[in-house]
Ligand binder design. Structure first.
Ligand code: C5P
Length: 234
């Protein structure tokens, strides 16, 4: 089964809580990302946990030296969240330190390693000096996530088969999901919900496709229907 996570991407805590309440019974997971966290602080995470009664995914993509990443992962883990992201580009020691620190709390979150952002393609990576094949980078980073004991990775839908081969035990979380009819916005490597589910995503993340739709509830229902139809075809 592929879970649907809703990205509460707004700087406004009241709007985020309103979306969380409105859509709580139509999505499986609430995702708090950088925009909301930096604007509204840790308190908004607790508010989303309480108001939606849904598991919460805190997507901070922690990327720093091991001690700092560990400290942030420890603090985030005390917020009652269910998933937390760390960027695998931070390196093996930082990822391992985050995994260890997260486990210090009573109910630790599941740690997800971000592989390569869905907004980046091969050309973007090259422009930052990363000349290896995108697929090879995803493969390496998925193996790293598994090696340090993370529970999953975040990857593009187009990277699912690479991750499945590199580290079959990992959860696979896929953002960059678009309705067949909408624009990719700033995302580069996009797939539809049905494609992601059929290719083995354990969770998809949808933001604008739902919250910016004319009728967000209807959009969420339709995304879930797409997931279910892909399941029926498998
Ligand atoms: O609006 P949209 O559906 O593009 O939102 C995607 C969400 O997933 C955003 O919150 C973004 O930060 C997040 N994300 C992503 N690519 C990753 C990891 C997270 O787009 N690799």
């Amino acid at each position: 089964m592929t879970l649907l996570a809703l990205a509460l991407d707004t700087p406004d805590a009241e709007e985020a809580v309103r979306w969380a309440k409105l859509l709580a019974s139509h999505v499986d997971v609430m995702k708090v990302g950088l925009e909301l966290f930096v604007s509204a602080g840790p308190d908004v995470v607790r508010r989303v946990v309480d108001s939606s009664e849904r598991p919460v995914f805190l997507d901070l993509k922690l990327d720093d030296i091991p001690r700092t990443v560990a400290g942030a992962a420890r603090a985030a883990s005390r917020l009652g969240i269910d998933w937390l992201t760390v960027h695998t580009a931070a390196g093996e020691a930082a990822c391992a330190a985050a995994a260890e620190a997260a486990r210090e709390v009573d109910r630790p979150p599941r740690l997800l390693g971000v592989t390569v952002l869905t907004s980046l393609g091969q050309r973007d990576l090259k422009a930052t000096g990363m000349t290896a094949d995108l697929e090879a980078i995803v493969d390496r980073r998925a193996r790293l996530a598994a090696a340090v004991g993370m529970e999953g990775v975040v990857c593009a839908g187009t990277d699912l088969s690479t991750v499945a081969q590199a580290a079959p035990v990992l959860e696979r979380v896929v953002p960059g999901v678009r309705r067949a009819t909408t624009e990719p916005d700033d995302q580069s490597r996009v797939v539809t919900a049905a494609e992601a589910a059929a290719a083995g995503a354990s969770m998809i993340v949808v933001g604008r496709g739902i919250v910016r739709a004319p009728d967000p509830v209807r959009a969420a229902v339709e995304v879930r229907e797409e997931l279910a139809s892909a399941r029926a075809m498998r």
